[in-house]
Design a protein around this ligand. Sequence first.
Ligand code: HEC
Length: 145
Amino acid sequence: MKFKLIGAAVAVLCLGMGAVTAQETPVAKREALMKGIGGSVAQLSGIAKGDKPFDAAVVKTALTTISTNIKAFPDLFPAGSEANSAAAPAIWENNTDFRAKAAKMGADADMVLASMPTDQAGVQKAMQTIGANCNACHQTYRLKK
Ligand code: HEC
């Protein structure tokens, strides 16, 4: 009887933890931020390639998401949170440089926002400025799956 109760309590606890893992862990939050960045870049590159018409509102929203998300991103790496993620150990070993790379992309996004692109060519240029940051960080700090 006692064991049964303990078993039930553990099961409830595990269910609770499952819910946390799905939405609120640092890993889920930071991956959601990166997904937002990826989606924004996809919108911008659609315009840059001419697949989509230039739309100032879409461009501004995408740039704002990129800026906001990359600024929040480096604060979501508490010690020990590399499990079940693509975060490389170098993030913790070299945190100052990791943060500097995030800050650089934030600054680049803000620079583009300050002189908003007004046409397809402007979006192409913005993509070059911002896009260079992705690989620069991923090659050191993101594990290949
Ligand atoms: C400062 C470093 C840094 C920069 C800059 C950066 N990323 Fe990332 N990115 C990461 C790390 C670290 C991960 C792995 C996160 C994890 O799994 O916990 C990641 C993961 C991702 C993911 C996968 C998210 C998921 O679903 O798990 C996408 C998509 C992504 N990045 C897109 C981009 C794009 C596009 C850019 C450039 C516009 C960019 N990133 C710039 C560090 C960076």
